[in-house]
Design a protein around this ligand. Sequence first.
Ligand code: NAP
Length: 423
Amino acid sequence: MTTITTLTATATLDEKHPAIYHHELLIEQRENAHTASRTVQTTQTPSVVQRALLLHAAQQPYTLVADHAMPTLLHKDEILIKVTAIGLNPIDWKGPAFNFGIPSLPWVNGRDLAGVVMQAAETTGSRLRKGDLVLVPSTDYRDIRKAAFQEYAVATHFNAAKIPASSSTHASASVGVAFVAAILALGVSFGLDLGVISECPGPNLPELLSTVDVNTIPSDVRDECFTSREKIERPKAGDWIAIWGASTTTGLIALQIARKAGLKTICVADIARHGTKLHAAGADILVDRHDTVRAVEIIRGVTGGKLRYAVDIVGRETSTLLQATLDPEIASDGSHAHLLGLTGLPKERDERIIYHTVPIKLFHSSPEVGEAMVTWLERLLETQTLELPEIVRAEGGLEGVNEALEILRRGDASGKRIVVSLD
Ligand SMILES: NC(=O)c1ccc[n+]([C@@H]2O[C@H](COP(=O)([O-])OP(=O)(O)OC[C@H]3O[C@@H](n4cnc5c(N)ncnc54)[C@H](OP(=O)(O)O)[C@@H]3O)[C@@H](O)[C@H]2O)c1
């Protein structure tokens, strides 16, 4: 059963904050269906233009245009998707606000989408057919054709996961980039064997990478992709991992997967707000984020000062705190402590610790890795092994994106993903 909060388009003025629109919240329960995957009747792809949200300049809202060029397929691996739901990510407002991740102007943004395949790939053996309902983590943001804030988007077949009938399309639209980041962090940077998850075994990504032509991996992420080549560096069942920012969508997925792979998890978050959810997701130890000095003491105390793996999903300040929770000594077998920062790493480093950033590009640049991840995601969804984040559903189509991003920026969606419906 998936809980979806619907943010209706019928906004009413907030009396306390006249400039802010308050939304009527409706809770909608969806019964699980039992068929394995979904195919939708497709209508003809429209002509040469479509509606899209354009970013004309940093620190500006997106502008809706009706004459943006329809994206065209340029490669036999590509598919065309009619977008029906867009999952919003923090980068969608942070990029324009702080002027990063924008290759040129005007630009189309948007990193997570779900929709219907309108044109299948020409590659033989592609899993996807016209009419399939898919979710796509659009990590290849330098390719404007793949952005989510438009009616039609391009993806590669190895970056699209079929949405099973048992999953809500909108909840599925919320999970892609967070899933990719969490899995690459655990499975590639740390080298955790995802194949040991008994309910739904995943890929052993270090093993898979050992079969991939190194030259196909972008040079700026190559070292990170092979950082867990040595088996002694990889986490094993019973090891502790600390996750700072466990209530983020990425953190919630990382926690579930780490726990299912046998790690013991310490989760730092606002426990009053998110404790129940994190406990249900399998957190072994919950640590409140508001007293950071005490949080560091608790992590050190619980692990006896022996923590070797930590993921920060908040920023440089908290990654610096996490650094202080690790045992930095190089072990007698030569293994190290590992710290991964999704949004920043400490300025002052300890040369005995191995620092990681997530090699997000690997997902779209390696067909082998991309396909292994999306087919596993399909199985995780179908078997309901992975609990999807709770979502806030924003109606109103592309017109509603600026306002929904403002809610995200203010932190009012705390612990929930906002998904914009284009149905
Ligand atoms: N490098 C990459 O490729 C990559 C990929 C994916 C994501 N990211 C980054 O990772 C971060 C998380 O992304 P997301 O989409 O998973 O986030 P999200 O779902 O939007 O996360 C929102 C959550 O962050 C929590 N939070 C805010 N400040 C916190 C703090 N100081 N300590 C602990 N928790 C805090 C909030 O909790 P409260 O309710 O307590 O406020 C809220 O539950 C973003 O900065 C994103 O840009 C990077």
